[in-house]
Design a protein around this ligand. Structure first.
Ligand code: ARG
Ligand code: ZN
Length: 855
């Protein structure tokens, strides 16, 4: 069954008010719902309340029990005469048997909810669509010893004790919200509490709720929350609106976190951190996700989405907001590099594969499958392009207009673009193609310089590749930042230009070009496109040393490395000296911050190299990359050792940008020392592993050891496991590090790990750490025997029976068969066919697998 954007109609019935009364217990929870329903317009259609899996106990209309209802596809259909009624339903659900983790479920002995996108219908019968906005009153009753804390959206109103060891609490949320933002948590939880005074002087009570033993790991998240609240006031003029803001961390969660009004629920990996258990990367991710969910209070909650095709309205904008926030907290250049690396790793392959879709899709079978890198990350790039083209002041005017005009409503992507247009006066008609056309545009750039004339002409040509269902594309609006540098003097020959390419082809003239120009293009990654130029390896090396835009400088080095690696992997022996010289220059440049250098000197990933090739050859790519790593490691061994010694000599752990940069550099240097083939590499790594006073150093060393052969590898894995056997998040790292190993026996190791007593598919983090990580280990997953494909398909078929949503998310690597040789393609297709023909397959998996076969 397919849902289409074009078929949207407003709801037949609105529900301005709802009261929920829960009698909570893991085995059996009673839900009594009282809905005020109002007919929307003149029609005679019955009231249809979505449902899913609950046991219906009773239905009444205006206080009178009725039985003229029917159940259709899980929905309760009730004929009603007048235009306003009070509907009461009573249902029973079993949270402890909810393995899908959608609706009300049990995690670690506590009860929690996840409703986005369509989980609320599994709790009670309701019009489960985001354009039905209601005021919620929630009463929770539960055993007081087992569930001492009772939380829901909004403000706490009253609480009390009952006979039989029970207690109750009542919460009211004064803001209209769609049911996907409903949340409720009951459990034995303890809070790290704080306060925030808003710009208008209101005091908000903050609480990060976790199990007692985890409270010491919540300070970073609490600080990030306060910083986010201040940032949204300063940068977007958005103030928080309730008296309390609570966050609960749970171990079993299908994705990162959820922005429920006043009660965010988080995957514990995005809350819990201390130096001993969390890496610098984890700390950054926690701040980013805390900010992301907080920012949704405006971009998502106060203004929500009319329907799920508009998902990028809240997600693209909110990712853009959290990226800007993170950029403001540390190095903006390094943040941009990380975001672009993420986009290329996750979104570009999506755009180039069978599951390609525009940021505002036209149809879906299962909406959960559309929480993608395209909706989120390409969506953020689209908002970023608007900000770039309109400028900060007009972008802010547009955002103010959007928030003011659509506050309290369910809006569309069009409403957002129109607000930007109205506030700025810009014409965004063609720009709207970004919402409807899928595929990553390609831009070809060539520069012609006539020495003596002082004139240089840059020719830009764009093409947008065909994607499933979209064979022909129109040219898009591409904001491309450009600058020219003189090849002899290394001086800028022009100011930075923002070229807006909106035709298939354009020429841009530069005057007073007094020496051979070297082109710096798509600076800051101003447009999410692939750029092809005729720049030579010398030009790229030159830019990697002299460009004044840090992203462009990184990019030049990456392109140089990529060209070399693609040539090597294609059997055309290339020259490694240019890369090695460029790396050496970057290492020696005292003006660069260490975090930037660490990013710049890392080779592109195996999968990104594969993305550049007509047919991905995983073994040749691996060999080429290892050979270049060896050459860089060996030739510059003295430098790597110098850097390593310097970084290793830093004092005790500190969480500062400088200390983070040094730690990053240390692990990169260790990697190159190992790649050089040095005999003492494992000794060095093991020493780092043992001496580490923080997880970044410890995991960095472990990653290096896991790729090695010596006795240190086994010892480190044992020590790590024993030290952290009671910490689920760190055990995830233990599983993941092994699944990403470059050793030849990785598949066998992973097959053993599936049988490990700590492995379970029931916990999404654990499933992703092992199965998900293995599926992106390009060489191991794509073993020519097909054993990697078979292993992943087996696991996904098993996982689908428990948790379809998480299973379906892990399928895309199997859908990349067109990118491989005929042998591998046939093996991958066979696994997809096996999945599609599995009896009882979920619609989540069916959509992903069948589209992957057809696309
Ligand atoms: N809105 C949440 C966030 O972006 C994620 C919800 C994901 N839901 C889903 N069905 N995949 O933070
Ligand atoms: Zn979000």
């Amino acid at each position: 069954h397919v849902t289409r954007r074009a078929d949207y109609t407003p709801p037949d019935w609105q529900v301005p008010d709802i009261a929920l009364d829960f009698d909570l217990a893991p085995e059996r929870t009673r839900v009594r719902a009282t809905l005020n329903v109002v007919r929307g317009g003149a029609h005679d259609r019955p009231l249809r309340l979505d449902g899913g899996g609950q046991t219906l106990l009773s239905v009444s209309v205006d206080g009178v029990a009725v039985n003229d209802w029917t159940l259709e596809d899980g929905a309760l259909v009730l004929p009603l005469a007048g235009s306003e009624h009070v509907i009461e339903t009573e249902v029973e659900i079993a949270p402890d048997r909810n393995t899908q983790l959608m609706g009300l479920y049990a995690s670690g002995g506590n009860l929690c909810t996840q409703c986005e996108a369509e989980g609320f219908r599994r709790i009670t019968f309701f019009p489960d669509r985001p354009d039905v906005l209601s005021r919620y009153r929630v009463k929770m009753t539960a055993d007081k010893a087992r569930f001492p804390v009772l939380l829901a959206n909004g403000d706490p109103i009253a609480q009390g004790d009952l006979e039989g060891g029970k207690h109750w609490a009542e919460w009211h949320d004064p803001f209209l919200k769609p049911c996907y933002l409903f949340a409720m948590v009951a459990g034995d939880l303890h809070a790290n509490k704080g306060q925030f005074v808003t710009m208008s002087g209101r005091t908000v009570d903050l609480g990060i709720w976790v199990r007692a033993a985890d409270v010491p790991r919540t300070q970073h998240a609490l600080e990030a929350l306060k910083t986010s609240m201040a940032w949204d006031e300063k940068v977007y003029g958005r103030e928080y609106d309730l008296d309390v803001f609570n966050i609960v961390a749970v171990d079993d969660f299908n994705f990162g976190a959820m922005e429920n009004k006043g009660l965010n629920v988080f995957n514990s990996r995005y809350i819990l951190a201390d130096p001993d258990t969390a890496t610098d990367y984890d700390y950054d991710a926690i701040a980013a996700v805390v900010a992301h969910e907080y920012f949704h209070n405006w971009s998502g909650n106060r203004v929500t989405c009319r329907d799920w095709f508009q998902l990028s309205l809240k997600e693209g904008f909110t990712v853009y907001r959290d990226q800007s926030f993170s950029a403001d907290q540390g190095s903006a250049a390094v943040k941009r590099i990380e975001d672009v690396r993420g986009l290329r790793a996750a979104q570009f392959p999506e755009d180039a594969g069978p599951l390609a879709h525009p940021i505002r899709p036209d149809e879906y079978q299962e909406i959960s499958n559309f929480y993608t890198a395209t909706i989120y990350n390409k969506g953020a790039e689209v908002i970023r392009m608007l900000a770039t083209m309109l400028g900060a002041a007009d972008f802010r005017k547009g955002s103010d207009l959007y928030f003011d005009r659509f506050d309290g409503t369910a809006a569309t992507c069009e409403d957002f673009v129109h607000s930007m247009e109205e506030a700025s006066g810009a014409d965004l008609s063609q720009f709207r193609l970004w919402y409807s056309q899928a595929g990553t545009p390609r831009v070809k750039a060539q520069i012609a310089h006539t020495p003596g004339s002082g004139r240089a002409v840059l020719t830009l040509e764009q093409t947008v590749p065909p994607t499933p269902g979209q064979p022909d594309k129109q040219p898009m609006v591409l904001p491309i930042k450009l600058k020219l540098f003189g090849a002899e003097t290394a001086k800028p020959l022009s100011e930075e230009k923002l070229a807006i390419l909106s035709d298939g082809r354009a020429e841009i003239a530069f005057e007073e070009v007094t020496e051979r120009p070297v082109l710096s293009i798509n600076r800051g990654f101003s447009a999410p496109v692939v750029v092809e130029t005729d720049r030579t390896p010398e030009d790229l090396a030159f830019l990697s040393a002299h460009d004044d835009d840090p992203f462009a400088r990184y990019e030049a080095m990456q392109q140089l490395m990529l060209d070399t690696l693609v040539a090597d992997a294609s059997g055309m022996q290339s020259d490694h000296d240019a890369v090695i010289a460029a790396v050496a220059l970057t290492l020696d440049d005292p003006a660069l911050d260490r975090a930037f250098v660490a990013e710049a000197v890392l080779l592109p990933s195996e999968s990104f190299i594969g993305d550049q090739m007509a047919v991905v050859d995983p073994d040749a790519i691996y060999a080429a990359r290892e050979a270049l790593r060896h050459a860089i490691g060996k030739t510059l061994e003295a430098k790597w050792r110098g850097i390593y010694a310097l970084a290793a000599a830093q004092g005790p752990y500190a969480y500062s940008p400088a200390a983070k940069g040094l730690r990053r550099m240390k692990t990169v240097a260790l990697g190159y020392i190992a790649a050089s083939g040095a005999a003492d590499a494992a000794t060095l790594a093991f020493a780092q592993f043992e001496a580490a006073d923080n997880m970044t150093d410890r995991q960095g060393a472990l990653t290096s050891l896991v790729n090695s052969d010596g006795k240190e590898r086994v010892a480190a894995l044992d020590i790590f496991y024993n030290r952290y056997s009671d910490n689920a998040l760190v055990l995830d790292k233990w599983f993941q590090t092994q699944a990403l190993s470059q050793r030849d026996d990785t598949l066998a190791a992973v097959q053993d790990l599936v049988r490990h007593s700590d492995f379970t598919l029931a916990n999404p983090n654990r499933a992703r750490a092992l199965v998900g990580a293995f599926a992106v280990n390009q060489r191991a997953f794509n073993a020519a025997s097909g054993a990697g494909y078979r292993f992943v398909a087996d696991q996904l078929i098993a996982l689908d029976k428990l948790n379809p949503q998480t299973a379906a998310k892990l399928l895309p690597p199997l859908g990349r068969w067109r990118r491989f040789d005929a042998g591998r393609a046939a093996l991958m297709k066979a696994e997809l066919e096996r999945i599609v023909s599995t009896p009882g397959l979920s619609k989540d998996m069916f959509e992903q697998a069948s589209k992957s076969l057809a696309g």
